[in-house]
Design a protein around this ligand. Sequence first.
Ligand code: NAD
Length: 431
Amino acid sequence: MTDRVESFSTDTWTAGVIGLGYVGLPLLVTAVRSGLQAIGFDVSSERVADLSAGRSHVDDVSNEALATAIEAGARFSSDPAILAEADAIFICVPSPLGRNRQPDLSYIEAAADTVARFARSGQLISLESTTYPGTTEDFLVPAVAAAGLTLDDDVWVAFSPERVSPGDEMKTADIPKVVGGVTTRSGDVAEAAYRRLVPSIHRVSSARAAEMSKLLENTYRAVNIGLINEIAQLCHELGIDVWEVVDAAATKPFGFQAFYPGPGVGGHCIPLDPQYLAWRARETNFTTRFIDIAEQVNSRMPVYSADRIAEILNGQGLAVRGTQVLGVGIAYKPDIADDRESASIHVLDVLKERGAHVAVLDPVVGATRIEALGYEPVGPDDDLSRFSIAAVLTDHSDLDYKRLADQVPAVFDARGVYRRLGITAENVEAL
Ligand SMILES: NC(=O)c1ccc[n+]([C@@H]2O[C@H](COP(=O)([O-])OP(=O)(O)OC[C@H]3O[C@@H](n4cnc5c(N)ncnc54)[C@H](O)[C@@H]3O)[C@@H](O)[C@H]2O)c1
């Protein structure tokens, strides 16, 4: 076999992506932009049909970008046999939590099974799904063996975490890519392939180190958010404005990174990923105390936020039951339409359970989805005066917060958006 490091470095090769979601689709588009050929396999034939027709479901890939990729030769299929055409296979399938918050590895298992059935000699197989250290070795090394292929001879196996954050300005190609092979040789081949996709590679010694680095990044965020959420509760008890305190601390030019409190942590990464690490730790009788405490604090924030809203209503002589509450922002973070694991939903569900009439204003997520989630949608230009309180749970940029405070008697600002925008209003109380 020709030297794979050299051929991945110089030839025009084909990138094959398994799982065409928030991670896989941008990666495929990045490959095409890098002058490579690209094919995508997804188990969802509906998704494949949409993509083939030029309809993107990922905020970070516009229909125009998808059309350009298709014109350049990108193809999509729900038949895994297409993977035979790929020189490198990038696995970007989900890695959620199961019912008892343990890792649900069924998607990675299924992708490994696809590899076992369709991998061929000459391919690099790289896992990108976020997962516990050891997954690539546990699932993909046996998969290539089951395909009758010899590691480092016929095929190479690596892990490289995706680090994009939906809605963020920085896209796949802007973020340094951590790459680690299950062996040094596999790492060399993976590094050569990834160098064609992104300008900056950070090579680590093993797939396990690469897997662990991703979990460290997201655990770091979860723990620091947990810390500031606890400090926010203490500040409220002490009558101190936590937002003012964070802004002050953030003026220190070193040694402090600002994290902000909120109604909980949402999305499909920060609340989930540390649990992969905690689960793996438990297998070795190791207790991840920081992860557990952060989880306790963060998962309690929606109830804490609902309690604060109830407190404000109480101050007005109102009960939660029977009161009209407007939830502002149901996406899990600003300026994206994704509501997966959104803390806003948890807050509003608590209020609903307590008898409030809850409506939602979120122009980014839109009325259809809001209705599907079981809430009455409210438009940005609607009259808001019927609500007794508005809770800003996600701080989308394109909203008139001044008008909100003018129309609704009380606003609970769980995101510190009024301070950030310099809008002063007597009836706004921040978390
Ligand atoms: N979304 C993010 O911003 C982000 C960021 C970093 C890392 N990650 C990680 O990347 C991975 C993928 O996340 P995502 O957000 O892209 O998921 P997603 O749900 O958006 O997309 C996953 C896709 O994989 C497909 N799929 C599922 N099983 C399959 C299989 N066996 N074979 C082929 N296709 C299959 C699904 O149909 C879906 O289209 C996860 O491990 C996640 O934790 C996500």
